[in-house]
Write a protein that binds this ligand. Structure first.
Ligand SMILES: CSCCC(=O)C(=O)O
Length: 135
């Protein structure tokens, strides 16, 4: 097991602070796991458990936070399209155009993702979709 990162506690605290990004975020778990909490259309938390080998794509503008699971170890690769941007925008960001665009996309006719049918969500890795309770 690798050692702890410098500023481990502070980093965890920051990851668990609700935030968004102006770009889509793609994460791939190389080792270990953790929980991404994302806000659903009613602003309630939806917890997604990421394990080794999983990939998650968070749309630009979605509020989220991250914490470790019981194994207390994770190595997540962040994949970028183009120039890497690491900027974090802590909530509230209701004036941010990317947040507004994201919320608007939830009410568009072609809204997928978190509206009503979570098993169709691009946020969930395929092997998680089959575990979703059928309504
Ligand atoms: C350790 S990866 C999760 C951190 C996070 O919430 C983010 O990068 O947006």
């Amino acid at each position: 097991m690798p050692g702890k990162l410098a500023n481990f506690e502070e980093k965890l605290k920051n990851f668990f602070t609700e935030h968004m990004h102006a770009d889509e975020e793609t994460r791939y778990s190389l080792e270990g796991g953790g929980y991404f909490d994302v806000r659903d259309k009613d602003d309630k938390w939806l917890r997604i458990w990421i394990k080794e080998g999983d990939i998650i794509v968070l749309p630009a503008g979605i509020y989220h936070r991250f914490t470790l699971d019981a194994a207390n170890h994770v190595k997540l690769m962040k994949l970028f399209l183009g120039e890497p941007v690491w900027t974090v925008h802590n909530r509230p960001q209701e004036d941010h155009p990317v947040w507004q665009e994201y919320v608007k996309s939830l009410t568009d006719d072609n809204a997928g993702g978190l509206v009503g049918a979570p098993w169709t969500s691009p946020l969930l890795a395929n092997d998680k979709k089959k575990d979703w309770p059928i309504q």
